[in-house]
Design a protein around this ligand. Structure first.
Ligand code: FAD
Length: 549
């Protein structure tokens, strides 16, 4: 595998592939980490993905859980309350919204990658070209024309101008907004025509201040401003650039301090850590793959940061793509499986872009009369009280149990009891492909293992699939199935699974490695039906149909 770009999405992609045993070469143009201020918000699903990658235990203490996000006008009248509801468990088992410092995440990812056998990061390598050809032969054409060959040769300019060559079976371009891989693959981009310039400023107040609410959006036509947490002991400010602002010097430290002053922050009581002027845009690739070239993260999509979803979307890309690449690399699924990456991810990302642009339209109103109309329109919304942060819709068409309305929803991650201690579900199961059975009404649980005929059980085990029974209270008898080493019993220690399975009206679920429900079923043969349907979906017609779209 070749991964181009060692930003957070490239590093996570490489890490998840390396953990599945693949050799990964990461080529990164820069010699050192990117120094400009970027993401501060992480949603619950992104945290769960990072948990699975072994990052979240170290990152969580460096985050600040968001209580709420208040949107107010120039007169301090609330327009919108987005409720972080930290006391309400989310489906992922992580806070709805955590605030953090992107360099902390990038450092933890880089450290994890450096410990991962099989993954090598080469910094100072600017990828210039890709050539597609047979695995062991010579290159036979440029990417745009013949990307369906057997392998890809990636050429990069290394340190000192030396040319470097990497041959890989698949290339994932995680090379950011100006992605060269996207261009070489000839992947078209739809521009959603959003543009605004903002000065982004990260400060460290000398004395920690408790902000309540933690995050504020000031919809003041005189200067739309964002004032949010940048993780513990940090504040992030974002100031919209106005038409009357000077052409030069707006991104200077003196401008940053001038704009910070009304917030009580001066060089006497705070450190200006970083600042940068950005032009926000909204773009999305029409297709995510051409032949052996794929794109992920900002290479596939860009959006204004008002919903804090750019990086979260990129982490979802990596979680979705890597299990599919794993199966295709292992020869367990046709390469058309990779087309479901784009069809599944597109609709979620499109929603995130639209939502971010809509938020941008609310905040970026510079005409006082238009702002007054907006304020009137929003008065009843604010009066209705805090509203939950919206979750993305289920992914689009792809690898799902046909006809199951629960397919494509996230599986619940709640605490479970295991061997006398408490664990998060994904830690207890180890992630990957999981069959989870639950007995209703306090009965002795459903046994998905015992439910699998031997031939299906072997296929499931060869996929790395594992089976778990959730006991409503207290441990179950040991499974008598055929997969003792890949089965287990977990206790529903908080009762959350009883409620969840009850709401689903199902007793067995099949969870994909990206934590989405492949499907749900009930009664005798439920697990067998799910595994059989998964096998058909991965190997058969359904994937070919997606590939033809
Ligand atoms: C002001 C701001 C605030 C944001 N806030 C949030 C937020 O709160 N929450 C959120 O989820 N997202 C947020 N985002 C978005 C988030 O920061 C990005 O989506 C994320 O950093 C993208 O990661 P990436 O790995 O896809 O790309 P990048 O981090 O851009 O990494 C791409 C890498 O590829 C390398 N590269 C490029 N070309 C080549 C080449 N030819 N050869 C080799 N290497 C190459 C680059 O050097 C770079 O290291 C924000 C963005 C901005 C600008």
């Amino acid at each position: 595998m070749a991964v181009i770009g060692a930003g957070p999405v490239g590093l996570l992609t490489a890490l998840l592939l390396g953990r599945r045993g693949w050799q990964v070469e990461v080529l990164e143009r820069q010699a050192t980490a990117y120094g400009r201020p970027r993401a501060v918000h992480l949603d619950h699903e992104a945290a769960r993905i990072l948990q699975n990658a072994g990052i979240m235990d170290d990152l969580a203490p460096q985050t600040e859980v968001m209580d709420s996000y208040l949107w107010r006008n120039a007169d301090r009248t609330p327009l919108l309350w987005l409720d972080g509801a930290p006391e309400v468990p989310t489906v992922s088992g992580w806070p709805a919204s955590s605030m953090f410092h992107q360099p902390d995440l990038e450092r933890l990812l880089a450290e994890a990658v450096s410990r991962q056998p099989g993954v090598r990061v080469r910094t100072g390598h600017d990828v210039r070209d890709v050539m597609v050809g047979p695995v062991s032969g010579t290159a036979s054409g440029t990417a745009s024309g013949t990307a369906a060959g057997e392998s890809v040769s990636v050429r990069a300019d290394g340190p000192g101008g030396a040319s470097a060559q990497v041959r890989a079976r698949w290339v994932v371009g995680c090379d950011g907004a100006d992605s060269r891989i996207r261009q070489l693959a000839g992947l078209d981009v739809t521009d959603h025509h959003y543009q605004a310039q903002w000065l982004i400023v990260d400060v460290r107040p000398a004395e920690p201040v408790r902000w309540s609410p933690l995050n504020i959006q000031v919809c003041d036509p005189a200067r739309p401003t964002t004032a949010v947490s940048g993780g513990p002991e940090r504040r992030r400010f974002e100031f919209m650039r106005l038409p009357e602002d000077p052409q030069d010097g707006f991104d200077s430290p003196s401008t940053a301090w001038r704009l910070l002053e009304p917030w009580g922050l001066t060089p006497a009581n705070a450190v200006l850590e970083r600042h940068a002027l950005y032009t926000f845009g909204a773009r999305l690739v029409d297709r995510w793959r051409r032949g052996r070239l794929l794109v992920a993260g900002d290479a596939a999509h860009q959006m204004p940061p008002f919903a804090g979803q750019g990086l979260c979307s990129g982490l979802r890309d990596a979680a979705n793509l890597t299990w599919k690449l794993d199966l295709v690399l292992a020869g367990r699924a046709p390469e058309t499986l990779l087309d479901s990456y784009g069809t599944e991810r597109w609709s979620q990302v499109r929603t995130a872009i639209d939502f971010s642009v809509e938020l941008g339209k609310i905040i970026c109103v510079l005409d006082p009369a238009a702002a007054a109309v907006r304020d009137r329109d929003f008065a009843p919304i604010a009066e209705a009280g805090p509203m939950p942060l919206p979750d993305p819709p289920p992914p689009g068409p792809g690898v799902w149990l046909p006809g199951d309305p629960q397919a494509g929803h996230l599986a619940l991650q709640a605490p479970v009891g295991q061997d006398g201690s408490q664990a998060r579900l994904d830690d207890a199961t180890g992630g990957g492909w999981v069959l989870l059975g639950h007995g209703a009404d306090g009965s002795n649980g459903v046994d998905p293992v015992g439910d699998l005929p031997a031939e299906l059980a072997r296929w499931w085990a060869s996929l790395g699939g594992r089976c778990f029974q959730l006991a409503p209270d207290g441990p179950l008898e040991d499974s008598t199935g055929t997969l003792e080493d890949s089965t287990g019993t977990l206790q529903d220690s908080t009762g959350a699974y009883g409620r969840w399975f009850g709401a689903l009206e199902r007793d067995t679920v099949l969870i994909r490695p990206d934590f989405y429900l492949f499907g749900t079923a009930s009664g005798p043969g439920a697990a067998a039906g799910l595994v059989d349907a998964l096998r058909s979906a991965l190997e058969g017609e359904a994937i070919a149909a997606i590939g033809r779209e």
